[in-house]
Design a protein around this ligand. Structure first.
Ligand SMILES: [Zn+2]
Length: 318
């Protein structure tokens, strides 16, 4: 829905809006950050701290992660390594606000994907409690359209809609380690995409990259028929670098440069690799309205807003 109105109070009501030309506001615009592989240090001067400061300076409507939110003790270190940087985006549990004092948001503005380091020892109890459900509290991540989201101690995947974008957040860790979870998530994603009739853009978020030229490389097991199923773009992590690979007209972004040590690229890179950056840390800033979706990667160089290293505009609605 395009909403044309003079610049005014509508943005305050609806969140992020942009001005396009002579005072036209597209009320369905969303503006969000994407971070990955970041939970390594709580220090402001660390790479993770510098990326977090850049993201905060962007003042995004919300934050999406591509996993490896935690490289410490997954049972205890969440407040120090995640909350120190991003607590202001995370919904405070109204029943147990004392549990994580740094979680101060009144609405959920933080949507994590599960990475392998979030599941050290194959235990995601800490992840579930920090982001979703403190014992005796309330569920804080979306249950997904139709209540199909899964938040348990053996898997975490869910979907949600913001403005014109429908996000499908996969749990690639359990998909890759448990055949039944792989089958369940494929069926869940295909059905969810097929049922989506309204959202202009359909984005898959997952940790392990289907396509990547960096150290870990492409994971064939995650090369699902995303394009055939109607996906607009795929956000990935695990490899500590930034890359944009286009395969079959579908952009795959590797965005694991959020704080952990950066990786090198393979030579030659993967087919379709159009942009790569691993010289400094960074994050993505994405805007979408009902006509276009722009993906940008900015590094922590330059002023507090970062330095633009890549930009890609998707206009093809599937
Ligand atoms: Zn990883």
């Amino acid at each position: 829905m395009r909403c044309v109105t003079p610049i005014g109070a509508l943005c305050v009501v609806l969140g992020s809006c942009v001005s396009l030309g002579s005072g036209i506001i597209y009320a369905q615009t969303v503006r969000f950050a994407v971070i990955g592989d970041y939970g390594q240090s709580g220090a402001a001067s660390s790479p993770a701290g510098r990326v977090a400061a850049m993201v905060s300076a962007w003042n995004p409507g919300f934050v999406v992660t591509v996993g490896d939110n935690m490289y410490g003790n997954t049972r205890t270190d969440w407040s120090a390594l995640v909350g120190a940087h991003y607590g202001q985006f995370i919904l405070r549990d109204p029943l147990h606000p004392e549990r994580f004092l740094e979680q101060t948001s009144r609405v959920q503005r933080f949507f994590p994907a599960l990475g392998n380091h979030d599941a050290e020892g194959n235990d995601i109890t800490g992840y579930e409690e920090y982001f979703h459900l403190v014992p005796g509290g309330v569920g804080r991540l979306p249950a997904g359209s139709g209540g199909r989201g899964v938040h348990t101690r053996v898997a975490d995947y869910y979907d949600f809609v913001r403005g014109p974008v429908h996000f499908f957040v996969l749990d690639s860790h359990h998909a890759l380690t448990t055949p039944a979870s792989m089958a369940a998530q494929k069926a869940w994603l295909q059905a969810g995409l097929a049922a989506e009739r309204t959202a202009k853009w359909k984005v898959v978020v997952m940790h392990h990259p289907a396509h990547s030229s960096a150290s870990h490389g492409s994971d064939p097991a995650m090369q699902w028929p995303f394009r055939e199923w109607g996906v607009t773009g795929v956000l990935q992590g695990h490899d500590h670098a930034y890359e944009r690979i286009v395969r079959d007209d579908l952009p795959y972004f590797v965005n694991g440069a959020g704080g952990a040590g950066l990786y090198g690229f393979r030579n030659p890179p993967e087919q379709g690799s159009l942009s790569r950056w691993n010289q400094s840390h960074g994050a993505m800033l994405v805007t979408a309205d009902d006509r276009r979706m722009e993906f940008r990667f900015l590094s922590v160089d330059g002023d507090g807003q970062g330095m633009l290293r890549d930009s890609f505009v998707q206009t093809a609605v599937r």
